[in-house]
Design a protein around this ligand. Sequence first.
Ligand code: GDP
Ligand code: MG
Ligand code: K
Length: 299
Amino acid sequence: MTEKVFKSGFVSLIGRPNVGKSTLLNQMLGQKVAIMSDKAQTTRNKIQGVYTEERGQVVFIDTPGIHKPKHRLGDFMMKVVGTTFNEVDTILFLVDAKEGMGRGDEFIMERLASVKTPVFLVVNKIDEVHPDELLPFIDKYRSKFDFAEIIPISALQGNNVETLKEQIFANLEEGPQYYPSDQITDHPERFLISEMIREKVLHLTRDEVPHSIAVDIEQIKLREDGETVYVSAVVVVERSSQKGIIIGKSGSMLKEIGKRSREDIQALLGSKVFLELFVKVEKDWRNKAKYLKEFGYRA
Ligand code: GDP
Ligand code: MG
Ligand code: K
């Protein structure tokens, strides 16, 4: 009789913005825990998704896109990324098969050069390219870095995601179960709700509002009827022109942001939601340590 071994470990998802990190995480976990957007850097905090099955547990870390720091928030992000690299068991380096190898990919591989953790090259969006294009694409990366595994996938359609899971487990060692099996994220709902609202603002305002906005959740409480959850949130922008865009003509934009956010929050909480949204101008908030702390960025 062979004794069953429970494996566990931490897996970091890295890659340029929009390569599909959040989509992959959601595909693997089967639930919307990371926020997807066609805008860069929706995900600024680490999101830990936890995948548990009989043979073990994988804790996924969804890191922000790597880029050169421009201000203090950038420094903080680089610190998170640097620390993550050395603490995890496997690094999934996602690249976009549809795009060429950019400076961003090279920058990431340069940073990975000194890291001992095994790196998997995960070639995403294969649904968008002809199979003949795949091999030359992969060769380019292989000539620059010694990958432990190379796995082409479509995070969106799910192709080969099972194979990726197999390889992740193959690379893990025996370990404890860190989280209860029904837990898929250790982030409080507060954070997920703020990300849901941020996503709607970015989607609806297109390129008029920069990704530097923040959403601060002020209150989440159950109303006296015992059914409705009251949520109040503040969208923090840097300029009053941005505030105007978010509010829109006689409040129409803010109303739409609220409507769409409420639908997502209701699905998340499984109850009726009353959402109140406010917009506040806070000049240069990214450089104020006070705000970094308030919004949950702990360096
Ligand atoms: P992230 O910035 O790396 O987290 O990227 P997202 O997960 O937010 O995805 C960015 C965009 O790429 C979204 O519009 C996704 O729908 C799209 N995307 C992600 N994975 C795939 C894929 O496998 N195929 C295609 N065609 N699109 C994808
Ligand atoms: Mg993301
Ligand atoms: K994104």
